[in-house]
Design a protein around this ligand. Structure first.
Ligand SMILES: Cc1ncc(COP(=O)(O)O)c(C=O)c1O
Length: 428
C-alpha cells in the first residue's frame, strides 16, 4: 500500500460543511453513510445555481429551457463517465433506485412467459428483490434465490451456477451488500448469466461511493445506483445497454418521447437534483488533482477525461477505505460480546467495503445506536431493508447495528466510535 498521506483527507473534509457539526463540544462522527452520504459544498452550489439561474422545463425554445437542457445533457455525460460507458443516452434518471427498479421490472416482465425463471440473491437490499418478485408473480415466472454461506454470509456461488439454465431470463444481484459490506463477484456472475442467455440487473447503490464502476468491463445489461449515496442529492440513476433500452417498451405516457433516454424517464425530472448528481461526479473526479472544486458552470471535461480521473481517484480512495476497514476489524476484535456478520478475515479486505453489521450480546442494536447517537456517533439499527439477509441469518426483528465509513471518514473517527461502543458494553 502507498503512503496514507496520498489521500487528501483534510482537503476533502473541508469541502463538506456538515462534517463540522458538533455534539456536546465534540465533532460528530458520521458512520451513517450507507443510509446516505453528506454532500460537498460544490454539490449544494450546483443545485442552487440550477434553481436560481436555469430553472425550466425540458424542450422549449426560450433561453432557460435551452440552458436547462444543456445542464441535463452534461449530467447524462457525467453519469456515463461515472458508470463506465461512453454513451450518455445509456443513462436515465429517476426518483430513486427503488422506483427505477419497479419500472424496469414491469417493462422486462412483458417479455417473460410462464415456465421462465429469474434468479435473485439473499444478500440484496429488498429494492432488488421485491420488484422482481412482484413482476414474476404477474408473469407466472419462477423465482430462485441464491442462498448464503453462513460462515461469512457471502453468496453461495456453486448454488448460483446450479440455478442458471436456459430457462433463466434475468439475474438481479447487488454489487455490494449494504448490510455486510461484502462485494459480490459481479463480473463472474454476469459472465455466467450471459452464457445461459439471461439478462443482468446490478444494484450498485451501496458499491457506488466505494469502488469504480465499469459497465463495459462488467458487461451487464442494466445497473442502477443512487446519487445520495455517493455525495449527491436524492436522484436515482439507471444504466441500460442501448439495444435493450431501445427495444424494450417501458410503461410511459403517450405524449412523452419514444427515444432513449427520455422514454425511460417518466414525468418531469428533478432537474436540480440531476445537476447536483453531475456535480457529485465532478467532485469525485476533481480529487484527482486534490483540487478544491473549481466551477459550477462553464466547460466540463469530456466523458473520457472524467472517466480517467475517476479511475485514478477510486484507486486511491479504495486504499484509504481498506485502511478504515482494517482498523474496524482490529478494534472490533478487541471487544467481547460483539459479533460481526460478514467477512472478518483481514486478508480478504478487497472483498468488502468498510460497512459493518454487528450484533451485541444481550442488548438490541437499537439501544446501542441510541447510546452512540447520544454521544455524537451516527450509526444505524435495523434490517437496513436488506431483509432477505436478516431473515436468512435469523436476525429479525431487531436486525443489526450498522457502522459504515466513507472516504471522508478518518481512522480517529473509527477509534472514537469503537471506544464509545466499548463504553456502552461496559456500563451494561
Ligand atoms: C444496496 C441498496 N440498494 C437499493 C437501495 C434503495 O435505493 P433508493 O433509496 O435509491 O431507492 C438502497 C438504499 O438504501 C441500498 O442500500
Amino acid at each position: 500500500m502507498s503512503d496514507p498521506a496520498a489521500w487528501p483527507i483534510d482537503a476533502i473534509r473541508r469541502q463538506f460543511p456538515a462534517l463540522v457539526r458538533q455534539k456536546d463540544g465534540e465533532p460528530v462522527v458520521f458512520l451513517d453513510g450507507p443510509a446516505g452520504s453528506q454532500v460537498p459544498k460544490s454539490v449544494a452550489d450546483a443545485v442552487t445555481h440550477y434553481l436560481l439561474t436555469t430553472n425550466a422545463n425540458h424542450g422549449a425554445a426560450h433561453a432557460t429551457s435551452v440552458e436547462s437542457d444543456a445542464v441535463l445533457d452534461q449530467a447524462h455525460a457525467a453519469l456515463a463517465a461515472f458508470v463506465g460507458t461512453s454513451d450518455p443516452d445509456e443513462i436515465s434518471f429517476g426518483a430513486n433506485m427503488t422506483t427505477i427498479t419497479l419500472g424496469v421490472s414491469r417493462a422486462l416482465a412483458r417479455h417473460w412467459m410462464p415456465g421462465d425463471e429469474i434468479i435473485l440473491s439473499r444478500l440484496d437490499h429488498d429494492a432488488n428483490v421485491t420488484p422482481w418478485v412482484l413482476a414474476a408473480e404477474d408473469a407466472g415466472v419462477l423465482v430462485h434465490h441464491i442462498p448464503l454461506r453462513p460462515e461469512d454470509w457471502t453468496l453461495d456461488l456453486d448454488a448460483y451456477h446450479n440455478l442458471l439454465s436456459e430457462k433463466t431470463r434475468l439475474v438481479a444481484v447487488g454489487y455490494a451488500s449494504n448490510a455486510t459490506g461484502t462485494v459480490n463477484p459481479v463480473r463472474e456472475m454476469v459472465a455466467a448469466a450471459r452464457d445461459a442467455g439471461a439478462l443482468t440487473y446490478i444494484d450498485a447503490v451501496h458499491y457506488a461511493p466505494h469502488g469504480r464502476i465499469n459497465v463495459a468491463d462488467l458487461d451487464c445489461d442494466f445497473l442502477a445506483c443512487s446519487a445520495y449515496k455517493f455525495f449527491g442529492p436524492h436522484v436515482g440513476i439507471l444504466y441500460g445497454r442501448r439495444s435493450l433500452l431501445e427495444q424494450v417498451r417501458p410503461y410511459k405516457l403517450r405524449p412523452s418521447t419514444d427515444q432513449i433516454p427520455g422514454k425511460w424517464m417518466t414525468g418531469t425530472q428533478n432537474h436540480e437534483g440531476i445537476a447536483g448528481a453531475a456535480a457529485a461526479v465532478r467532485y469525485l473526479a476533481a480529487l484527482d488533482c486534490d483540487g478544491e472544486y473549481a466551477h459550477v458552470g462553464g466547460d466540463y471535461l469530456s466523458i473520457e477525461g472524467l472517466a480517467g480521473q475517476l479511475d485514478r481517484v477510486f484507486a486511491r480512495s479504495e486504499e484509504h477505505e481498506e485502511r478504515l476497514a482494517e482498523r474496524f476489524l482490529q478494534e472490533l476484535s478487541s471487544l467481547s460480546g460483539v459479533r460481526i456478520h460478514g467477512i472478518t478475515d483481514g486478508d480478504r479486505l478487497s472483498q468488502r467495503v468498510p460497512t459493518f453489521s454487528l450484533t451485541l450480546d444481550n442488548v438490541s442494536p437499537a439501544a446501542a445506536a441510541a447510546y452512540l447517537a447520544d454521544r455524537g456517533v451516527y450509526s444505524w439499527a435495523g434490517n437496513h431493508y436488506a431483509l432477505p439477509f436478516t431473515l436468512a441469518a435469523g436476525l429479525e426483528p431487531e436486525g443489526t447495528l450498522r457502522l459504515g465509513a466513507l472516504h471522508y471518514n478518518t481512522l480517529q473517527e473509527i477509534d472514537r466510535a469503537i471506544a464509545c461502543l466499548a463504553e456502552f458494553l461496559e456500563q451494561l
